[in-house]
Write a protein that binds this ligand. Structure first.
Ligand code: GN1
Ligand code: MG
Length: 334
């Protein structure tokens, strides 16, 4: 880290871990009354980090030109003008810490859900003029549900036999929900491809002291995609008073006023951009993303936790059960 920070002319600093991302590693750096965020990209997951840098540079240039007041958190440049530093153990980036900002881990008020939805929608809206075809895929097939289903089916056959046996009921439930993938195939011709964030959980929004949304962060999966990825992941992560980490599933609930807040916040910015078919697919967006996350967690459990960071042996199983319960409850509201 010393070597990395030196390239940004930071030599005197203290450092502490930051956030709870499951993929990249993040630190808060204090130096001379200024704070920075240092991040190491997980290159097992993001195998082409230069694609991330390409997209962010392109969008940053576009926003500076057409929307100069928009708060876009682009990585800082090294003394030689690079936004990414390659070291033996991976790629690093440094960001300014946004003053007077904070993140939250659970959505406590409909206002927070509204603000977050508005922030993500605003981002897509300001970028509608960008030719999405020029952007790179930073993670190919990231939200491809058919592929996630195939990977799940492979894990049920080739995965850890003991874990497969232990997850029997959950596997059966998720297989029984597979028509969600077919519904998507039937609807997708009515969905437009736009600049999409793809990770709209609440901890990726910066708030000010008055709980107003300031900006969005974690831009590694910004790439062409469908609005259902962003709206769906908000449904997945803002509706329940407990997160995907909760092991007491009786605490999982769908808060309808939060559902309305997401819809209203998103439409405030994207209302004129969405097609009629897209506007009818808000509920479907939630089903799509909750289902996909349940599949991804259980697939990883069956494959012996090769992807998500785990703190205890059944962590991915608990997360998958949590998301399956959320899906069950979410299916009931329409
Ligand atoms: C991962 O690392 P983090 O927390 O930003 C994952 C998301 C999942 C999320 C579940 C690149 O995001 O897709 O929804 O965990 N990101 C990647 O918490 O796989
Ligand atoms: Mg992320």
């Amino acid at each position: 880290m010393l070597k990395v920070l030196k390239q940004f002319t930071i030599t005197d600093f203290s450092i502490e871990p930051l956030g709870n991302g499951l993929i990249n590693s993040t630190w808060l750096v204090h130096s001379d009354h200024k704070k920075f965020v240092l991040q190491k990209i997980n290159t097992t997951v993001f195998t082409t980090p230069e694609n991330i840098a390409f997209n962010i540079d392109l969008l940053s240039t576009f926003l500076q030109k057409y929307h100069p007041t928009y708060l876009f958190i682009a990585p800082l440049k090294t003394t030689t003008g690079k936004t990414m530093v390659k070291e033996e153990d991976g790629y690093y980036r440094l960001f300014n810490f946004v003053p007077n900002s904070h993140t939250i881990d659970v959505v406590n008020t409909p206002q927070q859900a509204f603000e977050a939805a508005k922030q993500f929608a605003r981002f897509s809206k300001l970028l509608v003029q960008v030719d999405v075809g020029i952007l790179k895929n930073t993670l190919s097939n990231f939200h491809n549900l058919n592929l996630r289903l195939q990977q799940f089916k492979a894990a049920i056959i080739n995965g850890n036999a003991k874990r497969i046996e232990e997850s029997k009921e959950l596997i059966a439930y998720l297989i029984a929900q597979k028509s969600i993938a077919t519904i998507f195939e039937n609807r997708k011709s009515g969905f437009k491809i736009r600049v999409t964030h793809h990770d709209t959980k609440i901890s990726n929004v910066l708030f000010n002291a008055y709980e107003n949304g300031l900006c969005i962060i974690d831009l590694d999966t910004v790439m062409p995609g469908y609005f259902i990825s962003d709206v769906g992941d908000m449904m997945r992560t803002y509706l329940s008073p407990v997160s995907e980490e909760e092991s007491d599933f009786s605490k999982i609930e769908i808060r309808l006023n939060f559902y309305n807040a997401i819809t209203e916040g998103y439409l405030t910015e994207m209302g004129e951009e969405l097609t009629a078919k897209e506007k009818k697919s808000f509920h479907f967006a939630g089903r799509y993303m909750i289902y996909m996350q349940a599949l991804r967690f259980l697939t990883d459990y069956l494959n012996d936790d090769v992807y998500y960071t785990c703190a205890y042996p059944t962590h991915n199983l608990v997360r998958a059960g949590n998301q399956a319960t959320l899906l069950q409850k979410f299916n009931l509201i329409k």
